[in-house]
Design a protein around this ligand. Structure first.
Ligand code: PGA
Length: 260
């Protein structure tokens, strides 16, 4: 198996925060705080609400800011009678690069199933964007010892029918639900163990080369203070950041984990 260097990807999921004015000012601050050596070494994406995407795209492109535009969700159809939904084709038209799929909040609050996650991941790929496919267990599942069953099932279902070469370019995010927005982070060892397990599932379904290339993020209360230790783990290739992504200084501190 060829040795693959995986460029870390740090993604800021703004969830339902920041209107488009707040988005513009946050992005402008972030562009100022991040240095060329940061964005040369680390890929960075921001995932604002839909109503901010065009404004953020304009700032990023006008100033040539090396931050990728991301979305938090989309539908799988190109168009149709789906009131309130957003087409992956519309996101592609805004030069969106990454789309989060199957975040636990979408699964738990909006009924997203593994099948929907799989269908959406395929649609996102079809439109030339990269899905960030999320997985993660509840506290009850962790305590019952079923983390691997839950996470493995989500990854197997999420990747079903996707060609190995495409799996190689995907991003997966391991986000233990009990660590999201709670200030509780998985220990670096626990996060590493589950991310290594996720990589082994990818190897099983798509082969060793895809497993060596796929990027696996950890998410759940990542902060500038814990990012260096998490990012030092061999199977953690980035972070999916919620709360700490809302403030430019905090998010920049995570992107700059190498200099901490
Ligand atoms: P958090 O959110 O960093 O606020 O825990 C992570 C996420 O939900 O992606």
């Amino acid at each position: 198996m060829a040795k693959v260097t995986r460029t870390p990807l740090i993604s800021g999921n703004w969830k339902m925060h920041h209107n488009h004015f707040e988005a513009i000012s946050t992005i402008q601050k972030l562009a100022y705080l991040l240095h060329k050596e940061d964005t040369d070494a680390v890929d960075v994406s921001v995932h604002p609400p839909f109503t901010d995407l065009r404004s953020v795209q304009t700032v990023l492109e006008a100033d040539d800011v090396p931050i990728a535009l991301g979305a938090q969700h989309c539908h799988w159809e190109e168009k149709g009678a789906f009131t309130g939904e957003v087409s992956p084709a519309f996101l592609a038209k805004l030069n969106v690069s990454y789309v989060i799929v199957g975040h636990s909040e979408r699964r738990e609050l909006f009924g997203e199933t593994d099948e929907m996650v799989n269908t959406k991941a395929k649609a996102i790929l079809k439109w030339g964007m990269t899905p960030i496919v999320c997985c993660g267990e509840t506290l009850e599942e962790r305590e019952a010892g079923s983390t691997e069953d839950k996470v493995g099932g989500q990854i197997r279902a999420g990747l079903a029918g996707i060609a190995a070469e495409q799996v190689a370019g995907l991003v997966l995010a391991y986000e233990p639900i009990w660590a999201i927005g709670t200030g509780r982070t998985a220990s670096a060892e626990d996060a590493q163990a589950v991310c290594a397990y996720v990589r082994s599932v990818v190897a099983e379904v798509a082969g060793a080369d895809a497993a060596a290339s796929v990027r696996i993020q950890y998410g759940g209360s990542v902060k500038a203070a814990n990012a260096p230790e998490l990012m030092a783990q061999p199977d953690i290739d980035g972070a999916l950041v919620g709360g700490a992504a809302l403030v430019a200084e905090d998010f920049a501190g995570i992107v700059q984990f190498r200099s901490a």
